[in-house]
Design a protein around this ligand. Structure first.
Ligand code: DOR
Ligand code: ZN
Length: 343
């Protein structure tokens, strides 16, 4: 196959930040995706509808001329979120979900939730208002090994959440383990999941062999090869519970290549090509369109896109970095070849 045309995809998990970084990264997303679920973990976090609306305006201003792109806003759930804010979000035309970060789990998660049981009244309201809850599913207990944090979250928190709130629509974000795949498969129709390109293409050796490679460090952290294989099987299965969410998370190169580097892989520069590579290796390119363009829209109850994008089989080298000096970002697979190119 030399040409691959699919319905225009959407990115159901994306960090675009603000200010100069936003202007550097957003064009990469808008050239391929029609819509994206925008993560709210800014400094300070986006916790109110009014903040989300002004952040949305900033994003709209950064869309390159002639591009059609719709940012789908989310709010950062905290123990202090008023029930009234959830009602207001439900009435807003631009807020599509709430994001639950366990406190300390990842970048800018300090304002996150420390005791999940304490926010059950908020989860009940989300269920009542029928707003999806997006979950960063990792425990943050210091005595829990970093490679076990997702599995432990499923056992100690997520099972109870799904039991107590059966009608709450949940997206377990950025799956990284076989256990997470099994959990989502076995759960009811209200449970879905996103999968990133890095978790389909790499295992934990990429971070730690031959030296420390900070550009493969993200959270949840890359796992063993058998987990990567389970994720590839899920993504290419045609099961509509699994859909595309890049978790593209730009950090300045200077803040990744340092003694305490930030968590996050930047993948927006070549997101659909990276997924195409993973699907082709699994001999499942025919399953890419459902994963990238249909199942997420269906879960969020939004219309599927009607236009298309075309990828061509053509080898190209990913640049070593993007952005000017003060916004320099090192992309995933920097300096390496890709076999598919967006036209
Ligand atoms: O690696 C990550 N980076 N994981 C997250 O959950 C957040 C993200 C970020 O915002 O940098
Ligand atoms: Zn994320």
């Amino acid at each position: 196959m030399k040409i691959l045309t699919i319905t225009r995809p959407d990115d159901w998990h994306l960090h675009v930040r603000n200010n100069a970084i936003l202007r550097t990264v957003l064009p990469h997303t808008t050239q391929q995706f029609a819509r994206a679920i925008i993560m709210p973990n800014l400094k300070p976090p986006i916790t109110t509808v009014d903040q989300a609306l002004s952040y949305r305006e900033e994003i709209l201003q950064a869309i390159p001329n002639g591009e059609n792109f719709t940012p789908l806003m989310t709010l950062y759930l905290t123990a202090a979120t008023p029930l009234a804010e959830i009602k207001k979000a439900a009435e807003s035309a631009h807020v599509y979900a709430f994001k639950l970060y366990p406190a300390g789990a990842t970048t800018n998660s300090d304002a996150g939730v420390t005791d999940i049981k304490a926010i059950y009244p908020l989860l009940a309201e989300l269920e009542k208002q029928d707003i999806p809850l997006l979950i960063h599913g990792e425990v943050t207990r210091e005595d829990c090994d970093i490679f076990d944090r997702e599995r432990e979250f499923i056992e100690t928190s997520l099972t109870q959440i799904t039991h107590n709130f059966p009608n709450l629509r949940i997206v377990l974000e950025h799956l990284t383990t076989l256990e997470a795949v099994k959990f989502v498969e076995a759960a009811g129709k209200n449970m879905a999941a996103t999968i990133t390109p890095q978790h389909l293409l790499y295992n934990r050796n990429s971070i730690l062999t031959g030296g420390i490679h900070p550009h493969y460090y993200c959270l949840p952290i890359l796992k063993r090869e058998r987990h990567r294989q389970a994720l590839v099987a899920a993504a290419t299965s045609g099961n509509p519970k699994f859909f595309l969410g890049t978790d593209s998370a730009p950090h300045l190169t200077s803040l990744k290549e340092t003694s305490c580097g930030c968590a996050g892989c930047y993948s927006a520069h070549a997101a659909i090509e990276l997924y195409a590579e993973a699907f082709e290796r699994a001999k499942a390119l025919d399953k890419l369109e459902g994963f990238a363009s249909f199942y997420g829209a269906d879960f969020y109850r939004l219309p599927r896109n009607t236009n298309t994008i075309t990828l061509k089989r053509a080898s190209w080298t990913i640049p070593l970095s993007y952005g000017a000096d003060e916004t320099r970002i090192t992309p995933l697979k920097a300096g390496e070849e890709l076999t598919w190119k967006l036209q």
